[in-house]
Design a protein around this ligand. Structure first.
Ligand code: PLP
Length: 471
C-alpha cells in the first residue's frame, strides 16, 4: 500500500487470511497441551516487542501469524489448556469460535429489535432453550449480558430504584434514606463493585454470617439484620445470594434466603455465574433448590458451557422492574408502528450489543444438552476423585469439600508463606496451573476442573504434580 492509497475493503485477502487463521487456530489447539499453561511472568516483555509508534504506512496483514507466534504467544496464559485448573474456566469451543467469527462478519448492532430483528429474536429463543435445559420455570425471560458483573450491576440498580420508588434515577440519592443490600462474605467482588457503582456505598452492603458445610447465609441472621436496619432508619432493598461462590463454591440455601427476601418485600438476585452451567444436569439442581422464587439469576455460559466470552445469561422472573430502571427512550431509539417486540438494550447498562446469541445457538446445535452434560459430569467426577486421592495422602488436608468440580486444600501444618511458596512452585513448573485462595483465614489451593480440553489423564497428572511439589 502506498502513502496515498485509501484503505480498501479487500474481501479476497479476507477470505484467504480467514482460512489461514482457521488452520493456524486448529494447529494451536491440537498442540496446546505441549505448552506451559501459564505465561512466564516478566512484566513489560510483550510491550517491548512492539514499536512505540503506530505504523504510518499500512503494510497489510501478510505475515501476521508468524508475528503472533513470535510476539504474542510467549506472553499468553493458555485458558483453553487441558491442565488449566485455576480461577474458573473460560471455555471457547470450536462452534462458539465459529459463531463469533460469523458475528464479527455480520457486525450486527442488536440494541433494538429494528436494528437487528434476527439478533433480538434469536436471543430470546436460545435463552428460552437454555431456560428449559436448566429447569427454570416457564415465565423466566432471558437476556444476554456481557458479563455476570453487568447482570449483577443491573440487578442492584433495580434493588435501589424499586426501594426508592423509582426516584433515584431522577432525583439522585442525596437526602434519601440509605439503601441496604444483604449478602454473605462468599459472594464475588462484582457484588461489591455493583454497590459502589450504584452509589449505595460499601458500608450499605451488609454481610450476613454463614453456616454449615456449604457456607450458606444464615437466614435468621438475615431476617434479624433487616429488622434492625429498618428500626435504625435504613431502607432494605435487596438480597444477593450465591450458588457456587468463587472462593470455595459456597451455596446459599435459596429456599430459606429467598423466602426471607419475599416476606420482607426485597428484590433478590442469585449469582450462579460458575455453578449455573451445571444445572443442566438435574442431579446437581439440589444446589439451587428454591431458585424459582428468585427475581433475577445470572449464570455464565462463557465459563463452563463452551460458549466463549462474552456471554452471561441473565434471567428475570419479571423483566418489568429492570426495564423500568434502565429503559431510556430518546426519539431516535423508538420504534414506531410495531408491537410485540423487545429492545434488549433496555435490559442492560450498555446500549450497543453484539450478535452473541449465535454462540449459544452454535454450541447447542453442535453438542446438544446431552453433550454438555457429559462434559460437566466428567469434570465433577474427576475432580472429586482427585480430592479423595489427596485426602488419603497424610501431607494434605482438604479444607473445603468439592462443590461440583471445585475444592480447596492445604499442606498440613504449612503457614501462609509456605503455601504461597508451594503454589508458586506448582505454577512455575508449567505442567498445571492453580490459584491460591483464602478461606477460614488461611491460604489454600483452589482446584477446579473445567477445561473442555481436559481428560481424566490430565487430572491424574495434576495429582502427580501436586504431590511431587509437596516434597
Ligand atoms: N460471580 C462469580 C461467582 C464469579 O466467580 C465471577 C468470576 O469468576 C463473577 C461473578 C464475575 O464474572 P464476569 O467476569 O462474567 O463478570
Amino acid at each position: 500500500m502506498s502513502a496515498d492509497d485509501t484503505p480498501r475493503l479487500d474481501w479476497d485477502s479476507f477470505a484467504r487470511q480467514g482460512a489461514e487463521i482457521a488452520a493456524w487456530g486448529a494447529r494451536y489447539h491440537q498442540t496446546l497441551s505441549e505448552r506451559p499453561v501459564r505465561a512466564p511472568l516478566t512484566p513489560g516483555a510483550v510491550a517491548a516487542r512492539f514499536d512505540a509508534h503506530p505504523p504510518e504506512i499500512g503494510e497489510g496483514l501478510d505475515g501476521i501469524l508468524s508475528e503472533i507466534d513470535d510476539k504474542i504467544m510467549p506472553g499468553l496464559t493458555h485458558w483453553q489448556h487441558p491442565r488449566f485448573f485455576a480461577y474458573f474456566p473460560a471455555n471457547a469451543t470450536p462452534p462458539s469460535m465459529l459463531a463469533d467469527f460469523v458475528a464479527a462478519i455480520l457486525a450486527q448492532q442488536c440494541m433494538l429489535w429494528q436494528t437487528s430483528p434476527a439478533g433480538t429474536e434469536l436471543e430470546t429463543r436460545v435463552l428460552d432453550w437454555l431456560r428449559q435445559g436448566l429447569g427454570l420455570p416457564e415465565g423466566f425471560q432471558g437476556v444476554i449480558q456481557d458479563s455476570a458483573s453487568s447482570a449483577t450491576l443491573a440487578a442492584v440498580l433495580v434493588m435501589r430504584e424499586r426501594a426508592l420508588e423509582w426516584a433515584g434515577n431522577r432525583r439522585g440519592l442525596a437526602g434519601r434514606p440509605q439503601v441496604r443490600v444483604y449478602a454473605s462474605d462468599e459472594v464475588h467482588s462484582s457484588v461489591d463493585r455493583a454497590i459502589w457503582v450504584a452509589g449505595i456505598g460499601a458500608e450499605n452492603l451488609v454481610r450476613i454470617p454463614t453456616q454449615g458445610p456449604l457456607r450458606a447465609m444464615d437466614p435468621d441472621a438475615l431476617r434479624a439484620q433487616i429488622a434492625a436496619d429498618r428500626a435504625a432508619g435504613f431502607l432494605p432493598a435487596g438480597v444477593v445470594a450465591c450458588v457456587g461462590g468463587t472462593g470455595t463454591g459456597a451455596c446459599d440455601d435459596l429456599k430459606a434466603v429467598l423466602g426471607v427476601a419475599r416476606d420482607e418485600g426485597l428484590y433478590s438476585h442469585v449469582d450462579a455465574a460458575w455453578a449455573g452451567a451445571a444445572m443442566i444436569c438435574p442431579e446437581f439442581r439440589t444446589l439451587w433448590a428454591g431458585i424459582e422464587a428468585a427475581d433475577s439469576v445470572v449464570l455464565n455460559p462463557h465459563k463452563w458451557m463452551g460458549v466463549q466470552f462474552d456471554f452471561s445469561a441473565h434471567y428475570l422472573r419479571d423483566p418489568e422492574p429492570l426495564v423500568k430502571t434502565l429503559a431510556i427512550q430518546p426519539e431516535y431509539l423508538r420504534t414506531h408502528g410495531k408491537d410485540g417486540f423487545v429492545n434488549h438494550s433496555e435490559w442492560s447498562v450498555p446500549l450497543g450489543r453484539r450478535f452473541r446469541a449465535l454462540k449459544l445457538w452454535f454450541v447447542l446445535k453442535a453438542y446438544g444438552l446431552a453433550g454438555l452434560r457429559a462434559v460437566i459430569r466428567d469434570h465433577v467426577r474427576w475432580s472429586q476423585a482427585l480430592a479423595e486421592t489427596l485426602r488419603a495422602d497424610p501431607r494434605f488436608e482438604i479444607v473445603t469439600d468439592p462443590v461440583l468440580s471445585l475444592f480447596t486444600f492445604a499442606l498440613k501444618e504449612a503457614d501462609d508463606a509456605a503455601m504461597i511458596d508451594y503454589v508458586n512452585r506448582v505454577n512455575d513448573d508449567g505442567r498445571i496451573y492453580v490459584t491460591q485462595g483464602r478461606t477460614g483465614g488461611r491460604i489454600v489451593v483452589r482446584f477446579q476442573v473445567g477445561s473442555f480440553a481436559c481428560t481424566e489423564a490430565d487430572v491424574r497428572l495434576a495429582g502427580e504434580v501436586l504431590r511431587e511439589m509437596a516434597r
